[in-house]
Design a protein around this ligand. Sequence first.
Ligand SMILES: NC(=O)c1ccc[n+]([C@@H]2O[C@H](COP(=O)([O-])OP(=O)(O)OC[C@H]3O[C@@H](n4cnc5c(N)ncnc54)[C@H](O)[C@@H]3O)[C@@H](O)[C@H]2O)c1
Length: 354
Amino acid sequence: MPVEIALPPTVKTILLTGAGGFVGRELVQLLLAKFPDVSLIATDVGVPPDYGINDENRLKCVAANLCDKEEVKQLFSGKRVQAVFALHGIMSGQSEADFELGYNVNVFSHMNVLSALAKHAESREKGEPLPVHVNVSSLAVYGGPKATPNSRVIPEDTPLQPETSYGVCKSVIELVTYDYTRKGFIDGRTVRLPTVCIRTGAPSSAASSLISGLVREPLQGIKTVCPIADSINDEAIEGMPIYVTRVKTVVENIARAVNVNAQDIEQKVGKTRCINLPGIKITTRDILQAVEKAGGKKAIDLIEFKRDPKVVAICETWAGDYDSSGPMGLGFAVDDTQQGYAQAVADFQETLKA
Ligand SMILES: NC(=O)c1ccc[n+]([C@@H]2O[C@H](COP(=O)([O-])OP(=O)(O)OC[C@H]3O[C@@H](n4cnc5c(N)ncnc54)[C@H](O)[C@@H]3O)[C@@H](O)[C@H]2O)c1
């Protein structure tokens, strides 16, 4: 079923952070295509892509370091912003390697944005609704005994127990977003993303990067390493399921989150408004089969199986499956479970042709 995407009628200007990143670029393009009358302010540390648009009323691309409060304030000094998609961040591998950078970006810069948005909201016209803030988080907020590769997470029964710095920072900002909402400063909601694939461009610092790397590199004739197994017959190939989403599906789901009724969200997923976006459960075997189908045995031969205990330790903290009946009841979509990962691989092949 296609995802229904609309904006609250009062939304005329949207700020999008992390607009130069993998998901941010796709979201900017989707919003541009869907909402020709809306102004987008796209920001990232470097100036994000403008897709050939020269009209600042349509797309304004701004370089800003969001760890700097003054630079954040500047983003709200022009047009009145009625919605924010907060996507910027430092991914899991780098956050684990550089604790300070991880906290500066994944916690403090998000606090800067929330605080500036709340201030901005104070001067809105009488009767104008609160700005909607879509906080983009991750299923990495889960962990512990109820969120292992063989678990099916039932959100109501599973405490948040992040096992990485990245997951801790994400859960902190989910709660802060909720608190700003509870206080009536903004209309916040959080979407937690499954692993998004196939990630285009260079490998990222996310531990989950291996899931895309097994496809992206071999299908371009480049060698890659599978860090969770020592051979193609290792039991981890079947025994460590992962929960993933196609880029197209997740971007539509993120866009949808801005217009879902707040009361409905609270009713379906709870007061803190944290929505686990739906994904599909796959194994590394599914990935390898999809790669072989798309690129033949020569693609598989480019994969070196070399177990990296550090990567395995992170993978073991990921739940293999989630009950997403609450989010599905809010109109969020899931990938075609019949086609599974093959569809994500087909999408990637399209990007190679483009
Ligand atoms: N890609 C995934 O599989 C996945 C899974 C779960 C959650 N998420 C979340 O989705 C969001 C987008 O992920 P992505 O894959 O596009 O990540 P990405 O790394 O491609 O993009 C993140 C962007 O944030 C920007 N950024 C970093 N520090 C900044 C700063 N100080 N000021 C301004 N911008 C800064 C980076 O330059 C980068 O372009 C992130 O919040 C991420 O945690 C992604």
